[in-house]
Design a protein around this ligand. Structure first.
Ligand SMILES: [Zn+2]
Length: 139
């Protein structure tokens, strides 16, 4: 039961984001603005859902309610890219292949298990994850 409530809350957070996103796109289109494609791509992959925030490894989960995790991801998407996991701040990101859902490969946080949306990370952070190295604090 609790899980269902949590899912509902997470869904409402996501739907609010979707609504805001659609609104913004409409306005930008009207103003003739173009955004970099990566957020759009990510958005398209996750449309309607929970492919979004999910953890490929069921053994590893972020702490805290799903709605909070989702809020943190959304916040990260709306600011400049960084080099740490948007959910737990961890920097131990590794590139994984054959993920259970779309995208089929990407950076995964080894601390909380979240599949980090690529637009949230800087190109350097993505490259480091691909090389399979931990990012240094100075990076
Ligand atoms: Zn994390």
């Amino acid at each position: 039961m609790a899980a269902l409530v949590e899912l509902e809350e997470a869904r409402s957070v996501w739907l609010a984001y979707e609504a805001g996103f659609a609104e913004r796109r409409k306005k930008e289109k009207h103003d003739g603005l173009r955004r970099p494609g990566s957020v759009d791509d990510w958005h398209r992959l996750t449309w309607g859902g929970f492919g979004v925030a999910w953890c490929d490894d069921p053994q590893v989960h972020p702490r805290g309610p799903m709605a909070d995790v989702l809020r943190r991801l959304i916040t990260a998407l709306e600011r400049d890219p960084g080099c740490a996991c948007p959910v737990c701040g961890g920097r131990a990101l590794v590139w994984k292949y054959d993920l259970a859902h779309e995208p089929s490969s990407g950076p995964v946080c080894t601390d909380c298990g979240i599949v980090v949306p690529r637009p949230v990370l800087t190109p350097e952070a993505l490259a480091a994850a691909r090389r399979g190295r931990r990012l240094l604090m100075s990076a």
